[in-house]
Unconditional design. Structure first.
Length: 409
């Protein structure tokens, strides 16, 4: 079963947090995770970009670097890669089959089947161990403490990106509850003896600091640097020697992610030359990406992410009339995100993510926007139709609301 046979949207349809299933699964596979070194990355927003910066710098430093992330945008192979290259179909089939066979033994013995995400996590560990990776950048799937990735017993470094409200059904309704869940990746056995985080709400910073101290670690806080200029949609970042670096990833919010990645890489002992090269060469699609002339895609899908999107639009395209193509999952905070994006010089086209049962339908989204956000928009049955409508308007077009929408491009 290659990526053509597996539903790319199925991984989080059923969320069952906990470490017993993944532990049993990895035991059946010979605990490949114990043969690896990890940089473990949690947070609400910014994880993917921060992982991309860290990965690129490690590769530039000559390290064979694995990366496990989610969700995928187009092909499931994207979730497992080495040195920036997606796992080949043949290897994906091989390690997934091994993990799926092992999961049957776990289910027979315990009466509980591992989730799809746990199977993929185990398959990734197996592949990275077989390929003898020097280090693996491991992105948390959901939360932290009871996420499948937290099966690892130790890591080189724990990194916690910006924390905000999201996934309240699983992590809690307050910042403190959500932060507590994400801080679960902080434990004994962090080789760097420090935890790296970025600019947080004060109460979140203190919670992370207390958790780090509890396990004998210090806390390194990478404050977001002041903007110094940009080229198109790419910010300039200042290295310690004063050299100005143009970040490879678009969006004003990448300054915060770059600062966290920089601090993490320094904690890992990388030289400035490798860090600079990583910041300049990282690749991470779907985050304030100019996908065509006058068309930008951004995967911000919660209030914090949409606020970051809005800040980038204000910085690079202030007072520019725009068409916003918007789609979302029905369980998201639609009112807050739409209200954040509303401007008098913007028009909205509501569409949907194809083939995803969680996606809100265009007409329902349009009606909700009118009734709850005072947003007057039109409905389009697909992204293709929405783009055709937007093209006829002749404005800057922003596609946002769900990372899953990228696959429809």
């Amino acid at each position: 079963m290659t990526d053509k046979n597996r539903n790319p949207h199925a991984f989080h349809n059923v969320v069952r947090l906990g470490l017993e299933r993944i532990t049993n699964l990895l035991e059946k596979l010979g605990r490949p995770d114990r043969k690896l070194k990890f940089v473990h990355v949690a947070g609400t927003n910014g994880k993917g970009s921060t992982c991309a910066f860290i990965e690129a710098a490690l590769v530039k430093d000559g390290k064979k670097t694995g990366k496990f992330t989610s969700p995928n945008l187009v092909r499931v192979n994207e979730r497992i890669c080495i040195n920036g290259n997606d796992i080949p179909d043949f290897d994906l089939e091989r390690v997934l089959t091994a993990a799926e066979e092992a999961s049957k033994f776990v289910e027979n013995e315990t009466g509980e089947a591992p989730t799809q995400f746990e199977i993929w996590c185990a398959a990734a560990m197996l592949y990275f161990a077989q390929q003898k990776c020097d280090i693996v950048v491991l992105e948390v799937g959901l939360g932290g403490e009871y996420d499948a990735t937290n099966v690892i017993e130790k890591c080189e470094l724990a990194v916690i990106c910006h924390i905000d409200i999201d996934h309240t059904a699983y992590l809690g309704d307050t910042l403190e509850e959500i932060a507590h869940a994400k801080c679960g990746i902080i434990k004994d056995g962090i080789a760097a003896r420090t935890v790296v985080t970025g600019t947080q709400y004060p109460e979140v910073t203190e919670l992370i600091r207390a958790r780090a101290k509890e396990h004998g670690h210090t806390l390194t806080v990478a404050e977001t640097p002041e903007p110094i200029g940009f080229d198109g949609i790419y910010e300039y970042y200042i290295m310690p020697d004063g050299e100005r670096v143009k970040l490879a990833l678009g969006g004003s919010y990448q300054l915060a992610n770059a600062a966290v990645a920089h601090a993490a890489l320094k904690a890992l002992g990388l030289p400035d030359a490798s860090i600079k090269a990583g910041l300049e060469s990282a690749s991470h699609r779907g985050r304030f990406e100019m996908i065509a002339d006058g068309v930008i895609f951004d995967g911000g899908h919660n209030p914090d992410g949409v606020r970051a999107l809005e800040a980038s639009l204000d910085r690079y395209f202030c007072d520019t009339p725009m068409t916003v193509i918007y789609a979302c999952m029905a369980d998201k905070d639609i009112k807050t995100t739409l209200s954040t994006l509303t401007r008098k010089d913007r028009e909205f086209i509501c569409t949907t993510v194809q083939g995803n049962p969680r996606a809100m339908m265009p007409e329902a989204l349009r009606d909700y926007a009118r009734e709850n956000c005072k947003v007057s928009g039109i409905a389009a049955p697909s992204l293709r139709d929405a783009l055709a409508l937007a093209k006829s308007r002749g404005r800057l077009t922003i596609i946002c609301g769900s990372l899953y929408l990228y696959g429809d491009l």
